[in-house]
Design a protein. Structure first.
Length: 695
């Protein structure tokens, strides 16, 4: 199938603005938001006399509709920030000391880095590890050329798990891929369950459609341990305990069975494993479910009744709820709900967690050139256990010790779990660390070399989405500032410095752009309009046809798993650390991005811990006090906010702050652990027990 223009979109606009009201020096460039957000907005970038003066949402793009979040609307502040890294830097201080760097030339940086990597690769290329995630979601500046470089080296491979792999694995185990309903049809739903999503803060454009449905009479229910800004705007908020989402789903299925609120025809035709799931769910009475989830039995019954008797009913599921031990199975159980009621028969019914799987048949599998590995074996390192893995010695089971780490599109010292171990690993004097960055992050502070990378306004890229189904282009609006280079060029340069002469390692960005999708996407239409839409049915699973081997959704093996750390699963630990902690994102940051943008940090204030009044009172704590959050793994200090957003027994460590901007040079990941989820081998950030005291 070939992607097409959205049927409601107007005729394409030219690359440069033809508005006579604009000065001759002004032009408008088509862009795409690069960040780890489901919205993937189409951007309208205004350039005046060679400088970006405004970043806006494209008003004609169906899901962006002209609106941007506060973060991205201030993107020029990021690009022109006084603290941008604009020249290669080399460390001149010991890694345990206050970081000091000197400016060097690109020639010196590439020669020295290339020489050291060559020496390591000669011993064992698997001692070299890339570390990256979604600092940009672009196919070119993400893994396009980087993957080719590391495949050709024969380096260790990175399992990129830190955000969404549990949910992705759960969705794939149930539906066959990461697929779901269309964003715009939520506006027609009569009931929307906003499950584990603070849409107003982290999925703004979905909220527009949900709010439209609300104005037309739909009921909105927020299911989240925290009383979020989104919960404030919903008709009902169910503050379940962290990690109990799977139990709630089983309790709802119990009620569907008990009241025969089932679409038996849809189940018979399109669901595998129903008998097994039915037997499991019958044990989850409303009373048992309520006790496990910290709800009332009437809340469980009422939610089941609303979901089963309102049509069309839709679920917007998000990734916060899968960051616990049983996160993958919880996604599976929730994803089965629209299969049991037949909600998939309607275009405004079903579920959306991720739409990224819709692009899979179109994407060119050769973009990243796995063939360059040449059949050489390679171990896989999970990015979520980097703290342990950097400290491991060589062994027959583990392989060689990690001797070189090349970090791009990520800030692991701030974002990876159990940061005391992560910091210790990065401080190894024998570890070569090269960081491609815009700013001196916590990770850059521990690098041997920092290489200046371009921002989204300075390079070419192509984007998919996990919240809608359009392909977007990002044209460079201005030349790179200073000596910054695109990631693609940096990896081309490193390959040349190491004498890797394969032609695939020198293909330019225009060539990569043409290769990203091949003929599946009309590149001329994409560049003319700024986006093209995938041709997909409005109700994709009305007649089944899930992208599984059988074409049926699978319930086989789906079950509830309690947290590693909870009062039920670890009572002795809970006696010492009685507070369950989740670490949802601060509204004005995106993971650790934008933390250094002064205007956004001024809005956010400082690192906060939200706590219910009863928990604060019992500890003799007061609002605004500096507190210490701690467990056996570590501690950090922050400001206490006694808040109605927290339920008793649960605290919220809002993140992710750069460590060096915290009150004591630490952040919330000081207390998280490196144990992994049931599916997808993801981190369990929201599966964490702590105690809080006055600092």
């Amino acid at each position: 199938m070939q992607a097409t223009r959205h049927p409601t979109a107007p005729a394409p606009e030219p690359h440069a603005s033809t508005d006579p009201a604009q000065s001759a020096a002004q032009r408008v460039v088509k862009g795409a938001c690069p960040h780890d957000c489901p919205d993937t907005c189409a951007l309208r970038v205004t350039v005046d006399n060679g400088r970006v003066v405004k970043v806006q949402g494209q008003p004609d793009h169906a899901s962006t509709h002209g609106a941007l979040c506060t973060k991205v609307s201030r993107y020029p502040e990021r690009t022109y920030h006084a603290d941008r890294v604009l020249h290669p830097l080399k460390r001149v201080s010991a890694k345990g000391d206050t970081p000091r760097f000197e400016r060097i030339s690109w020639q010196q940086a590439l020669s020295e880095i290339g020489g050291r990597l060559q020496a390591i690769a000669a011993r064992n290329p698997q001692a070299i590890l890339p570390y990256s995630y979604a600092g940009t979601m672009g196919l070119l500046q993400g893994e396009g050329m980087a993957a080719r470089f590391f495949h050709r080296l024969g380096a260790s491979r990175l399992d990129r798990t830190i955000c969404a792999s549990a949910g992705g694995a759960g969705l794939a185990a149930t539906y066959g891929h990461k697929v779901g309903m269309h964003l715009r049809f939520f506006a027609e739903s009569r009931l929307i369950l906003l499950w584990g999503t603070n849409s107003i803060a982290s999925n703004l454009h979905f909220w527009t459609f949900a709010n439209q449905a609300k104005r037309q009479g739909a009921k909105l229910v927020c299911i989240d341990p925290r009383k979020t800004e989104t919960a404030d705007k919903c008709h009902q908020h169910l503050a379940l305990l962290p990690g109990t989402d799977g139990a709630l789903a089983l309790g709802l299925i119990h009620e569907l069975i008990a009241h025969d609120w089932l679409d038996h025809d849809y189940i018979t035709r399109h669901v595998d494993g129903w008998d097994e799931l039915r037997a499991r769910a019958l044990a989850w009475t409303p009373e048992r479910t309520a006790e496990e989830c910290g709800l009332t039995a009437d809340e469980v019954r009422g939610l089941a009744r609303d979901y089963a008797t309102t049509s069309p009913a839709a679920i917007r599921l998000n990734y916060g709820m899968q960051r616990v031990r049983g996160g993958g199975n919880a996604v599976r159980l929730i994803a089965l709900l629209p299969c049991l009621t037949g909600a998939w028969r309607h275009r405004a019914g079903g579920l959306l967690l991720s739409s990224s799987g819709w692009y899979a048949p179109l994407r060119n599998p050769t973009l990243e050139r796995a063939d360059l590995r040449g059949g050489r074996p390679s171990r896989v390192i999970n990015m979520s256990t980097i703290g342990d893995d950097l400290l491991r010695p060589a062994s027959p089971d583990f392989g060689p010790r990690i001797e070189a780490l090349i970090v791009y599109n990520s800030n692991p010292v701030a974002v990876a779990p159990e940061s005391p171990k992560v910091v210790a690993g990065f401080q190894r004097s024998d570890l070569l660390t090269v960081v491609l960055e815009h700013f001196m992050t916590d990770t850059a502070d521990l690098a041997d070399y920092v290489l200046p990378a371009t921002t989204q306004l300075e390079h070419l890229d192509i984007h998919t989405s996990y919240g809608h189904t359009d392909v977007l282009i990002n044209e460079p609006a201005v030349p790179p500032l200073g000596e910054a280079r695109p990631n693609t060029q940096i990896f081309r340069d490193l390959a040349a410095a190491m004498g890797l002469d394969d032609p695939a390692l020198q293909e330019n960005d225009e060539t990569l752009l043409r290769q990203a999708f091949g003929p599946a996407v009309d590149l001329q239409a994409l560049r003319s309009q700024g986006w093209v839409s995938l041709p997909l049915p409005e109700a994709p699973f009305a007649q089944g046809g899930f992208p599984t081997a059988s074409g049926r959704a699978s319930a086989v093996g789906a079950d509830y798993l309690p947290n590693y750390e909870s009062r039920r699963s670890a009572p002795a630990l809970a006696a010492r650390y009685p507070l369950a902690m989740i670490s949802p994102p601060a509204r004005n940051f995106l993971n650790s991005s934008f933390v250094n943008v002064t205007s956004l940090r001024d809005i956010e204030g400082e690192q906060l811990l939200e706590m219910h009044d009863s928990d604060a009172h019992s500890r003799g704590l007061s609002d605004g006090q500096t507190v210490r959050v701690f467990n056996d793994r570590g501690s950090y200090q922050c400001r206490l906010q006694v808040s109605h957003r927290a339920r008793p027994g649960v605290v919220h460590g809002l993140g992710i702050w750069w460590r060096k901007l915290g009150l004591d040079g630490r952040n919330v990941n000081e207390v998280t652990h490196q144990q992994l989820t049931d599916l997808g081998a993801a981190p369990c950030f929201y599966d964490c027990l702590v105690e809080v005291s006055a600092a």
